[in-house]
Design a protein around this ligand. Sequence first.
Ligand code: RAM
Length: 335
Amino acid sequence: MKKLISLILALVMTLSIASLALAEKPIKIGVVYKQTGNPFFEAGVRGFEEAQKELGFEFIHNGPADSSNEGQIQIIEGYIQQEVDAIAISANDAAGVVSVLQTAMEKGIKVISWDSKVEAAGRNLNIDPSVAQNIGRVQVEEIAKQIGYEGQIAILSAGATMDNQNTWIRYMQEELEKPEYEKIELVTIVYGDDLTDKSYQEMQGLINSYPDLKGVVSPTTVGIAAAAVAIKDMGLSGKIKLTGLGLPSEMADALKDGTCEGMYLWNPIDLGYVAAYASVAMVKGEITGAAGESFEAGRLGTKEIMDAGDGGTFTLVGDPFRFTPENIDDWKDVY
Ligand code: RAM
């Protein structure tokens, strides 16, 4: 009997030491973004840092310098080797990273896409900044107003395989079908790959190829900032209208000097913050990423997980906000 009791005691002690060790091992998140050097993602990382102070996890972050799918695959492979608990990725190619992320998931790593999604087969949950249809619609409304509902427009996008821009552009095209836009012609979509130099050159190319161009929509913070500089350098501020999704810190000058009368964005810090909370909730087993579940995202409250209509699920962070010459000073130092 004595023997049995001491055996049970020993077992209980071993188990509690083991669970203590488990409890003490901090959750490790590997963050992957589209590219380094993009202040949009630097703001996203600040959201992870804020959540880190509240939740106490570890995280590492990286992205390829060239916005490539291959670069992201290499980073993900490194994170798998380092045995992270979760990968939180904004994908350059929604399909291109599925296979390596499936390998990660087979090893028990949770995969959250944020900002630009991964196809459903390669993720547990997607964090969308806002309702994609609204993001598309507000940009069309804005450029239409700026050009007086008539004339040629073009889109300067990011990368051709980036799901967030492609989705917004699909909704822009749908919006342009409405009768109030019948005199607006979308002449072309070009891709600057979220690289400043390439985006600048694409903007110059648009100006040279379309002498009647009235406006440009650039649904990427990298693209719109480069486009503003190109328009200004060519002496066309105010003549070729510009809108899209811009970072206040990068676009304040363009808003003030008349190159851009108005643009939209959401808070990228909040986006990273929610992605961090979702990652931790999933690693802890509080959510699996199924539609109908919800999780607490600190100062941003409860987030509901919904069916994304692509075989996977998603949640939303906030609403797009309109930045103007009047309010830009309130935001240019925030992100
Ligand atoms: C760029 C990136 C990012 C996008 C923003 C609006 O920084 O393409 O994915 O969400 O623009």
